[in-house]
Design a binder for this molecule. Structure first.
Ligand SMILES: *Cc1c(COP(=O)(O)O)cnc(C)c1O
Length: 423
């Protein structure tokens, strides 16, 4: 059943929406960032709203990856020093742009490994439980990998996750955490808490947190604080340095469009740049002058680079460069501005539909999560048949992410139309 069909049981909503297509196209014509869409490969025939799971491929990614393949073919091992972009310092090519995306100083940022690996590396350094201070405050519905990482680190210290993990949940009947509840939990449990670790934005609800308020509350209680920015980097306008957080980790294959299995970003606040923290060590984290001296003693590089273990995958870094260039071209403030309008527009369309209820609070990135009613299996099939790529989480959550780099107002409209047609 289409929106144009007068017999739709959602007649009024349908008529409003169909008038909306003209409006959506006008908004796209007026969008100063609209041109960036043409810089991505768009899956043909799809309305792609899944950039929160896997960002689309920037067209230049292939060019950059191929350049490294060619240099490898041409130069072999000499590419480490003589490639057009020598591989030895290659990771440095993405440091400044990554720091701009998350609001950090270059010294505080490194791109290495993958997200869960970096989370473990950070936990080794920043989760140092004692007899009296051993708890970790986290969200109840944290991303499973984070939950596993935290529980296993707790066990690594000989502690019981049931006693050490303090899980924050929304109030009964509510879908998102209240920030006041987070702050009062930190006040209540702070004296026994070694670490506060939250996702920002929360992957399931799309809720964003005030990192500065949470970091300050945690510091007042003497806790360390870290953030998982898998859904924040490239999505929210972050100010990591000013937030005062001790560390943060993120992946680059979601909003940062670095491709499947893309590397992870890692932030360590400047205050730790020269501190002798316990850490897992590897040769890429040692002083660049000493690295090839092959000496037995480890001299950590200052800042986040000192947590590197291995020489990084150049092909993945090459793909990331292509995406970061687009972030620099657009700038996070402009992207955020469009993002707020685009997501607000979609929320307005969805508010007219009787079969879904948005649960994402106003403090958020681009993602909207909604609870849907009716036959969910059928809805998922309908959305797929309409070419909509989005994501469904049991029992009743649909998540959509209109991404300001490549999504249009028309995409938002198409999604709302497909939802309305699910009668
Ligand atoms: C996507 C995501 C991950 C994925 O972890 P990988 O180590 O990259 O596989 C972890 N945590 C959160 C919150 C995520 O959203």
């Amino acid at each position: 059943m289409s929106l144009a069909d007068g017999r739709s049981p959602y007649g009024r909503a349908a008529r409003l929406l169909s008038r909306g297509l003209t409006e959506a196209r006008a908004l796209d014509r007026a969008d100063p960032l609209a041109r960036l869409r043409s810089r991505f490969h768009l899956p043909p025939g799809k309305v792609y709203l899944c950039g929160n799971s896997l960002g689309l491929q920037p067209k230049r990614a292939g060019e950059y990856v191929n350049a490294e393949l060619r240099d490898w073919a041409r130069l072999g091992v000499d590419g480490h020093l003589r490639a057009a972009h020598p591989w030895l310092p290659y990771h440095e090519l993405v440091t400044k742009a990554s720091a701009r995306v998350v609001g950090a100083k270059p010294l505080e940022v490194v791109v290495m490994n993958t997200l869960t690996v970096n989370l473990h590396l950070m936990l080794i350094s920043f989760y140092r439980p004692t007899k009296t201070r051993f708890k970790i405050i986290l969200e109840r519905s944290a991303f499973p990998s984070d939950q596993y990482a935290l529980a296993s680190q707790v066990r690594l210290h000989g502690l019981d996750p049931k006693r050490a993990l303090v899980e924050l949940a929304p109030r009964p009947g509510e879908d998102a955490l209240r920030e006041d509840d987070v702050l009062s939990a930190i006040e209540r449990e702070g004296g026994k808490t070694a670490l506060v670790l939250l996702g920002n934005a929360q992957y399931l609800t799309g809720q964003a947190f005030d990192m500065k308020a949470i970091s300050s509350a945690a510091k007042r209680q003497g806790c360390r604080v870290g953030f998982d920015l898998a859904h924040g980097a490239g999505n929210l306008a972050l100010a990591l340095h000013d937030s005062g957080a001790d560390f943060a980790v993120w992946c680059t294959y979601k909003y940062l469009n670095a491709g499947p299995g893309g590397l992870s970003g890692c932030f360590v606040h400047e205050r730790w740049a020269r501190a002798r923290l316990p850490r897992l060590e590897g040769w890429w984290g040692t002083s660049k002058r000493e690295r090839f001296a092959m000496k037995p003693s480890f001299q950590p590089l200052p800042g986040a680079e000192g947590w590197q273990l291995s020489n990084p995958p150049i092909l993945q870094l090459a793909a990331l460069r292509a995406s970061l260039e687009l972030f620099d071209e657009a700038g996070m403030p402009a992207l955020r501005k469009k993002s707020e309008r685009l997501t607000g527009y979609l929320e307005g369309l969805l508010s007219r539909l009787p079969n879904c209820r948005v649960v994402t609070p106003k403090r958020r990135g681009c993602q909207l999560s909604m609870r849907v009613t009716g036959d969910r299996k059928r809805l998922v099939r309908r959305l797929a048949a309409a070419g909509v790529v989005c994501d469904f989480r049991e029992p009743d959550i649909v998540r959509v992410a209109p991404v300001p780099l490549y999504n249009r107002f028309e995409d938002a409209w198409c999604f709302a139309e497909a939802m309305a047609a699910h009668a």
